[in-house]
Design a protein around this ligand. Structure first.
Ligand code: NAD
Ligand code: UGA
Length: 465
């Protein structure tokens, strides 16, 4: 593109950087967008004619229509930084594995490396947009790193992303709100905020674009994920009560959710929430609270994650108890491995914990997922399990169809709510399973009454037997 056009660079071509930039490019044809990454493999995949590195409904069309016109994917990070007027940083910010705050605090290594790169390369003023989810006060720290070079002026804005996987394109095209945090007390800060508001105004109604100070914006992202995850953990806590009392958790959540103050979304009881962010962001809040001396507040936040761990464990216990207190040597079909439907992403998927625990008990697993790569399943279970790959290969098989997985199994375990599981031929499945044939529905998506009539023994989350 010509240098007179407004130039955006995005550092990090992942689940957030890729789709977000594809939609900006689609909605703003007068802006050039270059997405860069250190991973050559990822960039090659974004540039390929075959499969993009991530699967999202509608994403491929958006990329194909803009790629090579005003959307570019490259590993030339320095070149893209140099010519950019605005730089989004959408690198990963996982939970720290070692050192201070290990297991809770966010690991900002990638963020800081990106910032140092910008400081090194930039010769002209730039607006830096914090897209990654980060602890409160990160923008401030990053500004210090950037300004230390003294070469040029920077503005740092916070612009957290609220998209959910599986609906990324829809969420980006019609977001509930766009949140922009900046230094509104300062003229340059306000101008930078306005510049970003301009970009979103290409397609987002102005009243949905809200501006705040930087800290409110950073904190709001963590708090939004806390509230969402809290609802899942709360209804999952209720599901335990239902299993012991004869109440039906789906009936309870419908009844409760009809109160307009509560609302019906995010009240689906499940085997537990997964995904790359809920746990990480809540642990981040726990760490922030603790480091500010707010122990009780930290404990309150922490219970949302602890409840989720309990829920996964409760589900595994139900499987083992249901199968006459032993699964050793039994064949179990695992339906779904992704952390939710319509994505191939498995990060923190409840299926990983369920499989690891069942393998610990020496069950034989046959796993089917319509979107997750076989190599990903092996990698996730190998990482979670104490067993080595050779041992695991004796216990795990991966099937390319749900019927293949069900063949000869004692139980079907639903871990992901893929729509296609509702339409399976259960008469056929019953005929190829060992008897009694068990179903453990970790997502409450199957027609339990019908399955019981066919002859299955059905366990579901938060339902009487
Ligand atoms: P991701 O791992 O899919 O992508 C991050 C990319 O950044 C990787 O491709 C990595 O190679 C690249 N990278 C890392 N350091 C780099 C560097 N110094 N220079 C260039 N490239 C570098 O991560 P993601 O899921 O896209 O998440 C990114 C951020 O967005 C995280 O902070 C996350 O919390 C947040 N977020 C994620 C989601 C989601 O649904 N996944 C939604 C909202 C917010
Ligand atoms: C979540 C948030 O919804 C996004 O707004 C946020 O931007 C994103 O995290 C992030 O920061 O990364 P995501 O993790 O992609 O998005 O998916 P969700 O739809 O939120 O589902 C998370 C998990 O909760 C899934 O495992 C899902 O199956 C589970 N869930 C969700 C339930 O068990 N019950 C529900 O009622 C809803």
């Amino acid at each position: 593109g010509s240098t007179s056009r407004f130039q955006i660079c995005c550092i990090g071509a992942g689940y957030v950087g890729g789709p977000t930039m594809a939609i900006i490019a689609k909605k703003c044809p007068t802006i050039d967008v270059t997405v860069v990454d250190i991973s050559q493999r990822r960039i090659d995949a974004w540039n390929s004619e075959a499969d993009l590195p991530i699967y999202e409904p509608g994403l491929k069309e958006a990329v194909m229509n803009t790629r090579g016109k005003n959307l570019f994917f490259s590993t030339d990070i320095d070149g893209a930084i140099e010519k950019a007027h605005m730089i989004f940083v959408a690198v990963n910010t996982p939970t720290k594995k070692d050192g201070l705050g290990a297991g809770r605090a966010a690991d900002l290594t990638y963020w800081e490396l990106a910032a140092r790169r910008i400081a090194k390369v930039a010769k002209s003023p730039k607006i830096i947009v914090e897209k990654s989810t980060v602890p409160i006060k990160t923008a401030e720290a990053i500004l210090t790193v950037l300004n230390a070079s003294g070469k040029t002026r920077f503005q740092v804005l916070s612009n957290p992303e609220f998209l959910a996987e599986g609906t990324a394109v829809r969420d980006l095209e019609s977001p509930d709100r766009i949140l922009i945090g900046g230094n509104l007390k300062d003229e340059d800060g306000t101008a930078a905020v306005e510049k970003l508001v301009d970009i979103y105004s290409h397609w987002v109604p102005r009243e949905r674009i809200i501006t705040t100070n930087v800290w409110s914006s950073e904190l709001s992202k963590l708090v939004a994920n806390f509230f969402l995850a809290q609802r899942v953990s709360s209804i999952n806590a209720v599901s335990a009560l239902c299993e012991s009392s004869g109440a039906d958790v789906d009936e309870v959540s419908t009844a409760v959710g009809l109160d307009s103050r509560i609302g019906s979304k995010f009240l689906k009881a499940s085997v537990g929430f997964g995904g790359s962010c809920f746990q990480k962001d809540i642990l981040n809040l726990v760490y922030l609270s603790e480091s500010m001396g707010l122990k009780d507040i930290a404990e309150y936040f922490h219970w949302v994650v602890k409840m989720n761990d309990l829920q996964k464990e409760r589900f595994v216990s139900r499987i083992i108890h249901g199968l006459f207190n032993t699964v050793t040597g039994k064949r179990i079909a695992i339906l779904g491995f992704a952390f939710k439907k319509d994505t191939g992403d498995t990060r923190e998927s409840a299926a990983i914990s369920v499989c690891q625990r069942l393998v610990d008990e020496r069950a034989h697993l046959d796993i089917y997922d319509p979107k997750v790569e076989e190599s990903q399943i092996w990698q996730d279970i190998s990482t979670a399990s104490k067993m080595d790959r050779l041992e695991l290969e004796k216990l795990i098989h991966i099937s390319s169809s749900p019927y293949g997985a069900a063949q000869g199994s004692h139980a079907l375990v639903v871990c992901t709510e893929w729509d296609e599981f509702q339409d399976l031929d259960f008469e056929k499945i019953l005929s190829i399973m060992e008897k009694p044939a068990f179903i453990f529905d970790g997502r409450n998506i199957l027609n339990h009454e019908y399955l019981r009539k066919l002859g299955f023994v059905v366990y579901a989350i938060g339902k009487p037997l």
